[in-house]
Design a protein around this ligand. Structure first.
Ligand code: ADP
Ligand code: MG
Length: 576
């Protein structure tokens, strides 16, 4: 929590304002009961109407000033708290943007979302409360005690007797509630997780008739969160009446004992009334401080979770001294590359060596799970390899900046991802300043213009969140257009044709070929038809290269390739 307070720096003036105005409010609040005592004891007792009027108006002015201070103080503290929350959210967002894929796996999307929203809100709430009460309460407490002592020292003893009860009680409450808060956030994570899975997987859930079991799963997560929340709230709810009881008993005691002292002429009635108000102020401040002490651990639990996110240093970072590759455009070379996912026993790919240059099409084929996606994900440095090296344009990918590296690459991921916005915006994602002509041209090459033009708003049609209003093949073509518009030196297409019919697949590849004569193209595919005419085919099996060469050669030399081919093509097609 303390470490997060560094984000308060830009708000020093605001905080200064909060302190000043709340100080004003405290002084006014402390002064009011004394004024009232004056009116009662000096004005009413002697029947001096003029005195009552004068002091009454004076009292009103002080009360009004107090309210103004309170409003401005609250406004400034809210302003500070909200700004503070916004700044941390920004910081978390920017930081998470820099995470490599490892770090995402570490906390999980659901938890990252809770941390960036709910956890920050918790800290923010406590900060706003803290700004108000951490300043106001101590002043009221100390000031109240001093004023009470001035009014009547004997009567203060009554107050002194009540305080231990309050403190012990609040201590017990804090002790019970505080450990619950960490639990509460973890369970909130869980609810978010199940909810997210259900919302994204709704089709599968429907198709497999899993609604009931999913409902049950959500209900468990939901109930666990509810249970712990109810527990906390029960204790909180119990706190209030008990506090009221203690306060009322104290009031009674003060009135009784105060009455005695008034009877003995040690104390005036007005002073006794003022004393009563000071007693209330003191006890009220104690409760507020106690609530703060209960709330702070809650914010603390959240602050720890936020700091975890901020402290996790991305594993993949830019080199200190970045190298600038030469003029080559699109050279990719793997030298004995081995890579395993963190925590995996076996290497996902091992001893991969090959080179691809501009004007060449390199195709990667292999069974599911053979490591095709893993291999190409290493080129934009989504992961760092265990041994060997990957050179792009003659420079190790770890020795250039990620921006410089990725600028050279047009990447089409296996699952096409589109963003909410128009079609044109989605294509322009590849190149911010692309002209309309560039966008339409890229779409044409990607064989997407046909369906785009048929849409009601053409290129300005909205893509729904996650691209749900488009078919798989349409999404694939848009994501290819997005890569094309960049005119990169290296194209990486991960099963980018898998959802296309054979005709479109062939047309697209022919158009692509014309477009990419000067670039290096790396295609991952399952279909033999897609890879057959590549300049180089790499056959992967179990993360290893078991064959590399042209279609014809591989048919003769590579058993795995022959199997793949014979499972897809007829004898004549193979021979032809
Ligand atoms: P392909 O694209 O050829 O179907 P992948 O490259 O996606 O295969 O996967 C290769 C292997 O790596 C698989 O055995 C898979 O279980 C594993 N793998 C893929 N992604 C991850 C990941 N993020 N974490 C751990 N293991 C992974
Ligand atoms: Mg794959």
């Amino acid at each position: 929590m303390l470490r997060l307070l560094r984000f308060l720096k830009p708000y020093s003036w605001n905080i200064f304002g909060v302190v000043a105005f709340l100080f004003g409010q405290s002084i006014a609040s402390l002064y009011l009961p004394t004024l009232m005592a004056d009116i009662v004891d000096n004005g009413m007792m002697s029947g001096d109407i003029g005195y009552i009027w004068r002091f009454g108006v004076y009292m009103l002015i002080v009360a009004f000033g107090s309210s103004i201070c309170s409003v401005i103080g609250s406004y400034l503290s809210a302003l500070t708290g909200v700004g503070f929350g916004r700044d941390i959210r920004n910081r978390v967002f920017v930081h998470v943007e820099n995470y490599s894929l490892h770090e995402f796996d570490k906390y999980g999307t659901a938890s990252l979302i809770t941390r960036a929203t709910n956890d920050i809100t918790q800290v923010q709430t406590v900060l706003v409360m803290g700004l108000r009460f951490m300043i106001f309460s101590p002043i009221m407490m100390v000031g109240g005690i001093i004023m009470a002592l001035v009014k009547d020292r004997h009567l203060t003893l009554v107050l002194l007797a009540a305080l231990p009860f309050m403190i012990i009680f609040m201590g017990i409450v804090a002790g019970v509630i505080v450990p619950m808060f960490g639990k509460m956030q973890a369970r909130l994570d869980r609810v978010n997780l199940v909810l997210r899975e259900n919302l994204t997987g709704i089709r599968v859930i429907r198709a497999f008739n899993r609604q009931r079991s999913e409902n049950a799963r959500f209900e468990v997560a939901n109930r666990e969160l509810t249970d712990v929340s109810i527990w906390v709230n029960k204790i909180m709810a119990m706190m209030q009446p008990i506090m009221m009881l203690i306060m009322n008993v104290t009031t009674l005691a003060i009135i009784w004992y105060g009455g005695l002292r008034v009877g003995q002429n040690f104390l005036q009635i007005g002073d006794m009334m003022a004393f009563l108000q000071y007693a209330m102020l003191i006890m009220f401040s104690i409760i507020m401080v106690a609530i703060m002490f209960i709330m702070i651990p809650r914010a603390q639990a959240s602050a720890v979770r936020i700091n975890e996110v901020l402290d996790l240093k991305p594993e993949i970072v830019d080199p200190v001294l970045a190298k600038q590759p030469g003029d080559q455009r699109g050279q990719v070379e793997f030298q004995d590359v081995t890579f395993s996912y963190p925590g995996a026993e076996m290497a996902a790919i091992s001893h991969i060596s090959f080179a691809a240059g501009p004007g060449e099409v390199t195709a990667i084929i292999g069974g599911t799970g053979s490591g095709k996606s893993t291999l190409i994900n290493l080129i934009p440095r989504f992961y760092d390899i265990d041994s060997g090296c990957i050179l792009v344009d003659g420079v190790d990918v770890r020795e250039m900046t990620m921006h410089d590296l990725r600028r050279r690459i047009g990447f089409v991921p296996q699952t096409p991802i589109l963003f909410s916005g128009t079609i044109a915006e989605n294509v322009r994602y590849g190149k911010d300043d692309a002209s309309d002509e560039e966008v339409t041209y890229a779409a044409e090459v990607a064989q997407a213009s046909e369906f785009i033009v048929a849409l009601p708003d053409g290129y300005d049609s909205e893509v729904a969140q996650g691209g749900t209003n488009l078919s798989g093949g349409q999404k694939q073509r848009l994501s290819i257009a997005r890569a094309l518009v960049r005119k990169p030196g290296i194209y990486i297409l991960d099963e980018a044709f898998s959802a296309l019919d054979f005709k479109t697949d062939a047309r697209l590849r022919a158009a692509l070929k014309k477009e990419t004569t000067a670039s290096t193209v790396i295609i991952v595919a399952q279909r033999v038809g897609t890879v057959m005419d590549a300049d180089r085919i790499i056959v992967l099996d179990g993360g290893q290269i078991v064959g590399i060469g042209k279609h014809r050669d591989l048919l003769d030399t590579c058993q795995v390739y022959r199997e793949i081919v014979s499972s897809q093509l007829s004898e004549e097609e193979i021979a032809g």
